[in-house]
Design a protein around this ligand. Structure first.
Ligand SMILES: NC(=O)c1ccc[n+]([C@@H]2O[C@H](COP(=O)([O-])OP(=O)(O)OC[C@H]3O[C@@H](n4cnc5c(N)ncnc54)[C@H](OP(=O)(O)O)[C@@H]3O)[C@@H](O)[C@H]2O)c1
Length: 355
């Protein structure tokens, strides 16, 4: 049981990111002082939305400069904090050097942040933004999991440096987090494991999160002939922020939490947008047949390898979200609301243009 004092500052790594920005806003709205660790606090464009959120809230924000690859760089931001949220990690799928671009910042970054937490006496709880990617790689893994669905007991055993290295980076980083946590008794560790996060970005022009790229693909015409029925999980970014909040401040929170709202697929994520946006945007209306994808997919997009398509197309994705509902009292927004609200921000900001 860990009681966190809300009058003490709370630290967030990667505070300007898509997910972290909503968490920072949630904390500020609660009247909490946030120690926001970012790579470049002088880049006004990247942090303006956080300053605006602070100005419109009861809370306060202080910025700190830190980098995942620079040991000890998060320590100053951590001083005086009982609660540390570690969300920073590169979320890019297309990389040239997965070891350098994904594995090193994810794993060394986690070690960097959690080792500093051992040296700062005020820290009582660390909440790490892990991912369902640390649990599975392909939808077929959910079918093969005990009981045919992902649970907190399951670990990803199928990702590698050569195949889905982002998932591999999240798996190695979460393992590192548990290893460090188990070697000490000063603070407890809670991890959140969301699948695909969608919904409105607070910083639409200043995130490279893959979540934005998927929305752009759906609304930008790449899928106008149809979308692959790839099984995935989805959760709203605002619900992920709330889950982080509850994971931090619920004394009995413990272990991993699958933070998934919907067992869905890529096609459905597009078709829920049709009633509101179907006339103006070239959204997918039907499923692309698997045989066609197997034939042209690998040429059209190098991420759509035959192995990936075989393991994901027309394969249902299933995860058990009962632990987070029961222990943290979470409820989740409907898929349509999540997809529409995210899409609308990209339309309002001119990132997606009507035809
Ligand atoms: N979006 C999803 O669907 C999803 C699903 C499950 C889990 N997650 C996890 O959620 C977390 C946030 O992802 P996101 O979607 O919000 O992506 P994002 O907007 O790209 O945020 C990533 C954050 O990590 C920071 N970062 C990257 N490399 C860094 C480095 N070397 N040193 C310091 N900071 C660094 C980024 O800083 P800069 O802005 O300076 O680059 C940014 O603040 C990640 O841990 C991701 O794995 C995301």
């Amino acid at each position: 049981m860990t009681q966190i004092d809300k009058t003490k500052p709370v630290m967030v790594t990667g505070a300007n990111g898509y997910v972290a920005s909503w968490l920072v806003k949630r904390l500020l709205d609660e009247g909490i002082t946030v120690h926001a660790a970012v790579r470049n606090p002088d880049n006004e464009q990247k942090i303006k939305h956080l300053k605006d959120a602070a100005a419109n809230s009861k809370g306060e924000i202080k910025f700190f400069k830190a980098d995942l690859l620079s040991p000890g760089s998060y320590k100053a931001a951590m001083e005086g904090c009982e609660l540390v949220y570690h969300t920073a990690s590169p979320f890019t799928i297309e990389v040239k050097d997965p070891q350098k671009e994904l594995i090193e910042p994810a794993v060394q970054g986690t070690a960097n942040v959690l080792n500093s937490a051992k040296e700062v006496a005020s820290v009582k709880r660390v909440v790490v933004t892990s991912s369902c990617a640390a649990i599975y790689t392909d939808a077929i893994d959910t079918v093969n999991a005990p009981g045919g669905k992902l649970t907190e007991e399951v670990w990803n055993t199928t990702a590698s440096l050569a195949y889905q290295p982002y998932s591999y980076s999240k798996t190695l980083a979460e393992k590192k987090a548990w290893e460090i946590a188990e070697g000490q008794s000063q603070w407890d560790l809670v991890t959140l494991n969301p699948p695909g996060i969608f919904g409105p970005p607070l910083n639409p022009h200043n995130t490279t999160s893959e979540s934005m790229n998927i929305l752009k693909m759906l609304g930008g015409g790449d899928m106008k002939m149809g979308a692959p029925k790839l099984g995935i999980g989805v959760v709203d970014v605002r619900d992920v922020a709330e889950a982080h909040y509850r994971a931090g401040f619920t004394p009995a929170a413990q272990g991993r939490y699958i933070t998934a709202a919907h067992n869905t697929n890529f096609l459905e994520m597009g078709t829920v947008l049709l009633p509101k946006y179907g006339d103006q945007f070239p959204l997918p209306k039907k499923a692309l047949p698997k045989w066609l994808l197997m034939l042209v997919g690998p040429m059209a997009n190098k991420l759509f390898s035959r192995k990936f398509l075989r393991n994901n197309v027309n394969v249902p994705w299933k995860a058990d979200n009962s632990k987070i509902k029961k222990e943290l009292g979470m409820t989740f927004k409907p898929l349509k609301e999540t997809m529409e609200d995210g899409f609308q921000v990209l339309v309002d900001e001119g990132i997606l243009k009507a035809k």
